[in-house]
Ligand binder design. Sequence first.
Ligand SMILES: NC(=O)c1ccc[n+]([C@@H]2O[C@H](COP(=O)([O-])OP(=O)(O)OC[C@H]3O[C@@H](n4cnc5c(N)ncnc54)[C@H](OP(=O)(O)O)[C@@H]3O)[C@@H](O)[C@H]2O)c1
Length: 239
Amino acid sequence: MKIAVLGTGGGARAHAAKLVDLGHEVYVGTRDPEATLARTEPDMMGNAPYGQWLAEHPGITLKTFGDAAAAADTLVVNGIDGHNAVAALTTIADRLAGKTLVDYAVPFVYEHETEHPWPTPWGVMPKLEPCDTDSLGEQIQRALPATKVVKSFVTQEQTTVVDPKAVGGGDHTMFVAGEDADAKRQVTDLLKAYGWTDVLDLGPLVCARGMEMYAHLHSAIGFGLGQRFGGHFGIKVVR
Ligand SMILES: NC(=O)c1ccc[n+]([C@@H]2O[C@H](COP(=O)([O-])OP(=O)(O)OC[C@H]3O[C@@H](n4cnc5c(N)ncnc54)[C@H](OP(=O)(O)O)[C@@H]3O)[C@@H](O)[C@H]2O)c1
């Protein structure tokens, strides 16, 4: 299948590499392919410059966000930074129409003033915006009414999403939420291909609120485990 991954960050790289391993034709989207390939410094998370990473991962085609989305048959992964995702996706709405968009972004705002900061090993914890009464997943769906948005992947580091067996032998839970049953089935099938055995359908896309708000607990658990970032753990819904 031709699948698009919008984003060049660490999470998007995990999906792109895994999808190639699974035999898919992968199109990665970025703002400006030339500028992305010209980078020589690691990104803010310490990931190697994209051109260097791409050279080590043949089989991936780098395009603009719009051209990558247009190249996908039916499935697109959104790995655009959460604070900028709605604006970036709105400009390519026509290229996403009719497709399933699985979104794992967190609507983090990194620079913010707060009376009660949460100091972490890597700086003040970003705030979630929107939060509580709306979610990024719902904002994206409202901006792209012709696209089937599914929120998933967001509750774990993407390295463990694409390789669930690397944690606890794979005995942990992944969630999906969205309005379209076929789109959720498509994302669930992808998760099964990744190795997931426990995929819990939370129901409508409004449940993206809970999945995104989990981001703070995810960070807290990581700190509790002594993991600065890139938490290597999963969550299991015991029932
Ligand atoms: N990494 C994980 O394991 C993980 C886990 C759970 C949730 N998340 C969330 O998922 C999202 C993506 O994470 P990530 O680590 O894969 O990548 P990231 O480093 O958070 O985001 C990188 C992507 O965002 C794009 N971007 C940044 N600023 C932009 C702007 N102003 N306009 C348009 N695009 C912009 C970049 O475009 P260029 O390619 O042009 O630079 C790049 O493709 C984030 O919200 C993150 O919090 C990540």
